[in-house]
Design a protein around this ligand. Structure first.
Ligand SMILES: [Zn+2]
Ligand SMILES: [Zn+2]
Length: 272
């Protein structure tokens, strides 16, 4: 698998995008910094989006992707928890804030642009929704996908994605401490995990369902204790104003655990 990090932060700036990961150019996990990171032809390769939870820094580019999908008369399937769709559909997709991306494009654009070129067979909504169930493995776009619940302030899952070759990565999404149940279910070659702010905020972050470098270290120590190894770890979802401090603290965690732990950046690609 070839992983591209499109967004490695929890906010948008000139060189930083909200969280978004792309696997082999076609399977997207979270839609934070998606459309601003890819050309239209790259966006056209995306067939599937997995959402970890409903927060805007993970979902905000769904409407812009859906609108672009109309251009090439395609369809992207979005997978998420029912509780995630309960928020995302009425807030982002139902046509009030933008166009209704769950209806046929001819209706979306009222025939102005699409109806002259689109045959009835191609008449399909730009976005199709598909509910996932925690702990239930599914084959999605050729990958085995296992959603595992995490401890965030709203219902959320992390995803274990396994390629047909048997390589796997696990992305936690936003999570606070308490990942030991997830660890029982996975043996990945790569973990993507969050550290939202420096360790001086550990208690506050835990209350909001996030990790600091300090609490991340405890979670990774538990992983190693349970599994007998620690794979490469990439840390994302950082608050940009604390970038340098988080980096220094994560570097220290890597030394203390004697493990391959580093920051993920926009534009980084990793083979798994
Ligand atoms: Zn969140
Ligand atoms: Zn977030």
């Amino acid at each position: 698998m070839e992983l591209s990090i499109l967004g490695a932060h929890d906010l948008e700036s000139k060189d930083a995008h909200p969280t978004s990961l792309l696997i082999d150019g076609r399977l997207l996990i979270d839609a934070g910094g998606l459309t601003s990171s890819l050309t239209l032809s790259q966006q056209q390769q995306i067939k599937t989006v997995l959402l970890t939870h409903h927060h805007l820094d993970h979902t905000r580019d769904l409407p812009t992707l859906g609108f672009n999908v109309i251009l090439w008369q395609g369809q992207v399937t979005v997978h998420a928890l029912p509780q995630t769709f309960d928020i995302v559909v009425p807030c982002l997709l139902d046509g009030r804030i933008y166009v209704d991306l769950l209806k046929n494009p001819t209706l979306v654009l009222k025939g102005a642009m699409c109806s002259q070129t689109m045959s009835p067979a191609e008449d399909k909504p730009p976005l199709k929704l598909c509910e996932i169930e925690p702990y239930k493995k599914e084959i999605i776009d050729g990958y085995e996908v296992l959603p595992l619940p995490v401890k965030h302030s709203v219902p959320g899952v992390g995803y274990l994605v396994t390629s047909s070759a048997g390589n796997s990565l696990f992305y936690t999404g936003d999570t606070g401490p308490g990942l030991s149940d997830c660890w029982k279910h996975i043996n990945p070659q790569l973990i993507l995990i969050e550290a939202t702010a420096p360790s001086k905020f550990t208690a506050e972050l835990a209350m909001r369902g996030h990790l600091s470098p300090q609490s991340l270290k405890e979670e990774l120590s538990q992983f190693r204790q349970l599994k007998g190894y620690l794979p490469r770890v990439i840390v994302i979802h950082r608050a940009l104003p604390y970038e340098q401090q988080i980096k220094e603290e994560i570097d220290q965690v890597a030394i203390e655990l004697n493990a391959d732990i580093g920051l993920g950046y926009e534009g980084m690609t990793i083979s798994v």
